[in-house]
Design a protein around this ligand. Sequence first.
Ligand code: AMP
Ligand code: MG
Ligand code: MG
Length: 269
Amino acid sequence: MKDVEAGVDPVTQADLQAQQVIEGSLHYLYPHLRIIGEEDIDPNDFLTIDTASKKLLEGVKPVKTSFSPLVPLEDVTVYIDPLDATAEFVLGNKQSPATLVGIALKSVAYGGVIHQPFEGVNGRTLWSLTDFGCGDDNEIKEKNIMHTRTLTKRAESVLVTTRTHTSQVTEDAIKKLGMDVTLRIGGAGYKVLLLLDGTADVYCYPTPGTKKWDTCAPEAILNYLGGKMTDAQGNSIDYSDTVNLHNKAGVFAAVTSEMHEKYLSKLKE
Ligand code: AMP
Ligand code: MG
Ligand code: MG
């Protein structure tokens, strides 16, 4: 699925093996499931962990009693970024790298998992599934979104944007947004975690570069927790279109829909 293009991020054994396991296990459990992964894996190289996917949802009950979990499999697409922010990973950055698994239901980001392999003792897994719930097994309490989202009140407005893929368009966008602080940090998943942790208010990446596997899981979790992600023109990202995988109009996300509206209008001025 990866384009051969100049400046593309590096690929490591970690990217390839993570996708072998995730895609292999999902394919084993659901042979007809549509899976779009960043790395091209030969099915002969699939690895399986047969019960891993079931454990996460043990004991989780739908929050809407009327909800029917039976959806046609053809309406579901799973987007896998086995390792987001590989460029940061090879530099030894332990926070930005994350495994992203997004579940789209028709065009919408419906569920997601963000796993930071180097957080805490065994990594941190944050997940959400619309109509079911969300969870965060982070062992570091101060960073647990369930605790901090309601508590964080900052005087300064904080923007988070790309560290390695900036451009004149991005720099112009930063000026237009006029936020107090700009953080330049790698990783699509990690930038959304910074919104959820209360570190930042807005994530803006107004140029092409991310693909649907970068945004599906983060968008689902952000939406579930009251935030909003669109492209940088304010249009929804259509996850049912599995042919055009580039987020050509960029990414624009905020911790609440009000902030999304407020800063998107500044960006469009
Ligand atoms: P960034 O905000 O630049 O850290 O980008 C977030 C993630 O999106 C990266 O870790 C990549 O997976 C992907 N991405 C963004 N821009 C590009 C690009 N120009 N080429 C390849 N991948 C990109
Ligand atoms: Mg990525
Ligand atoms: Mg990747």
